[in-house]
Design a binder for this molecule. Structure first.
Ligand code: NOJ
Ligand code: CA
Length: 546
């Protein structure tokens, strides 16, 4: 059973106005090991997610993106896939996945899986075979190159996880490319057989009813055919590029990637109902991001915006990104916004500095901008990152770089459902795979019982979106606002004003009524045209009819 996230195939333009969940809905990212454990082994699993669909339905979620669910040695927690057409035994079975997809569909919730096409695990049978000799049939599934004359790696490419992106394979005397861990060899997407193998993977999961894919590092899969050196970063580059020292111009983000995305879009569009492609497009300028939507909507449906993710929670910075998107986004393409994920961390900590007022403003922003919001499990509680000892990190990035600030475990901890032992996540005596944070300070049950909680704010904002098309499909227009504030209009009947500063501010807004305020005390208040907003307070205003 598939919950259509796209409008049904329709040649008339009415298809453009039908409610499409990937554009109008709210999507929710689940880290399956950390959502709910159904069998008391301390590891979240698919049956656990199925048992918590009530929460997601009540919240008003339209679709889930599950972080990797396929068999994996877990060197990079599922992003090292050993079999693309099965389920990791820690998480359950194919039957469990089918049951989850069916139960979610009954509630109108679609399920997107994580597709990892850039690399496999070194345990995948393709790589095991490819490494067996230079003439192995699958040798060319991966990117192999001879050493330089001095024996060094073929070029200057750097792994995203530190060090050279090349690993010498001594038995065959060649280097293979690994843009992440050495146990994550990069696939060779110039090879037509690789493309055909992934066509089958897509078809396999679409036939099982999954609503689409989030595609891991999808901008990276094709490498420069000549393996040219990446150029040095320049002062104009984004700080994260300058930190790396190289612009990833030849090691990823090549123009030929668009051929592959068009091919996948063709497969997704040929399904009934159509399926959805969301890309992890980790490029840090908008001009590089926009082409991933294709020409005339023939590539990704949604391309994650990391410029937005990595901007500070600051009115000027975020407004500049959103205005840039509004100017540059091609045709009918659609923005996507998120503040947390399993790599970047949780918005409550990284954006809001653990100040709940700021997290409420951030959530109001995500849920009222023109674009699809992705919430990361726990965002609805303003769940913070959990400080964990980097010495015992399970995240390979923290282990490999020794950099505590890069420990991704802190944002992958179990969902706090209650304050009881086991947190409602697992049994009282089980040891969760990652430690809980402060269960008493933040859990679903307590917030559900408190109408003033962040959970109710998120619920009410989602309900408001569902009720008013202006808040989903309505246009965006910036309204003038004092420094530190950001205000915009959505469609005919709504305006949003956010004070993102620590000082009280006066903001000019259209006259109307506050539909939802982040501090809830101001819900229902009439607004005559100008509004004093306390520090870190935001409001959604329903504009009075003329
Ligand atoms: C991006 C994923 O989001 C991240 O968690 C993973 O480590 C890398 N891709 C490698 O697959
Ligand atoms: Ca389990």
């Amino acid at each position: 059973m598939v919950t259509p996230l796209s409008s049904p195939r329709c040649v008339s333009c009415s298809a453009m106005t039908a409610r499409t969940a990937w554009r109008d809905g709210v999507l929710y990212q689940i880290y399956p090991r950390s959502f709910a454990d159904s069998n008391g082994d301390g590891i979240g699993d698919l049956r656990g997610i199925l048992g918590r669909l009530d929460h997601l339905e009540w919240l008003g979620i339209d679709a889930l993106w599950l972080n990797p669910t396929m068999p994996s040695p877990n060197d990079d927690w599922g992003y090292d896939v050993a079999d693309y057409c099965a389920v990791h035994p820690d998480l359950g079975t194919l039957d469990d996945l089918d049951a989850l997809v069916a139960a979610a569909a009954e509630r109108g919730i679609g399920v997107l899986l994580d597709l990892v096409p850039n690399h496999t695990s070194d345990q995948h049978e393709w790589f095991v075979e490819a490494a067996s000799g230079r003439d192995a049939p699958h040798r060319d599934f991966y990117v192999w190159a001879d050493p330089r004359p001095d024996g060094g790696p073929p070029n200057n490419w750097l792994s995203n996880f530190g060090g050279s992106a090349w690993q010498l394979h001594e038995p065959t005397g060649q280097f293979y490319l690994n843009n992440f861990l050495p146990s994550q060899p990069d696939l060779n997407w110039w090879n037509e057989d690789v493309r055909a193998a992934f066509d089958e993977v897509l078809e396999f999961w679409f036939a099982r009813g999954i609503a689409g894919f989030r595609i891991d590092v999808c901008h990276a899969i094709i490498k420069d055919r000549e393996l040219r050196d990446d150029p040095a970063a320049t002062p104009e580059d984004h700080p994260l590029i300058r930190e790396r020292g190289h612009k990833q111009m030849f090691s990823m983000n090549r123009p030929e990637v668009h051929d592959v995305l068009r091919r996948w879009r063709g497969i997704a569009d040929a399904q009934d109902p159509r399926r959805v492609l969301v890309g992890e497009t980790y490029v840090l300028d908008l001009d590089s991001l926009m082409p991933y939507y294709g020409q005339g909507e023939d590539e990704l449906h949604l391309a994650f915006n990391f410029l937005f993710v990595h901007a500070e929670l600051d009115a000027e910075a975020l407004r500049a990104v959103v205005e840039g998107v509004e100017q540059k986004l091609p045709g009918a393409s659609w923005p996507v916004y998120t503040g947390s994920n399993h790599d970047a961390g949780r918005l409550m900590t990284r954006w809001a500095g653990d100040d709940e007022r700021r997290a409420r403003v951030a959530l109001m922003m995500l849920l009222t901008l023109r674009g699809t919001p992705f919430l990361y499990y726990g965002d609805e509680l303003a769940l913070p990152d959990v400080p964990l000892d980097p010495a015992t990190a399970l995240d390979p990035v923290a282990r490999r770089t020794g950099d505590a600030s890069r420990n991704r475990d802190v944002c992958r901890t179990p969902m706090p459902w209650t304050d009881e032992p086991g947190g409602g996540f697992t049994t009282a005596d089980a040891k969760p795979w990652l430690a809980f944070g402060d269960l008493a300070a933040c859990n679903v049950a307590a917030q559900r019982a408190d109408p003033g909680s962040v959970l109710h704010l998120v619920h009410d904002l989602i309900a408001l979106r569902r009720e008013h098309a202006d808040l989903t499909s309505g246009s965006y227009a910036t309204l003038p606002a004092a420094a530190g504030a950001w205000a915009w209009r959505r469609g005919e009947r709504f305006a949003v004003a956010l004070n993102m500063s620590g000082a009280e501010l006066e903001v000019d807004v259209p006259a109307g009524r506050i539909a939802v305020a982040t501090d809830r005390a101001r819900d229902g208040e009439c607004v005559a045209g100008s509004l004093r907003l306390g520090p870190y307070v935001g409001v959604v205003i329903e504009i009075a009819p003329e």
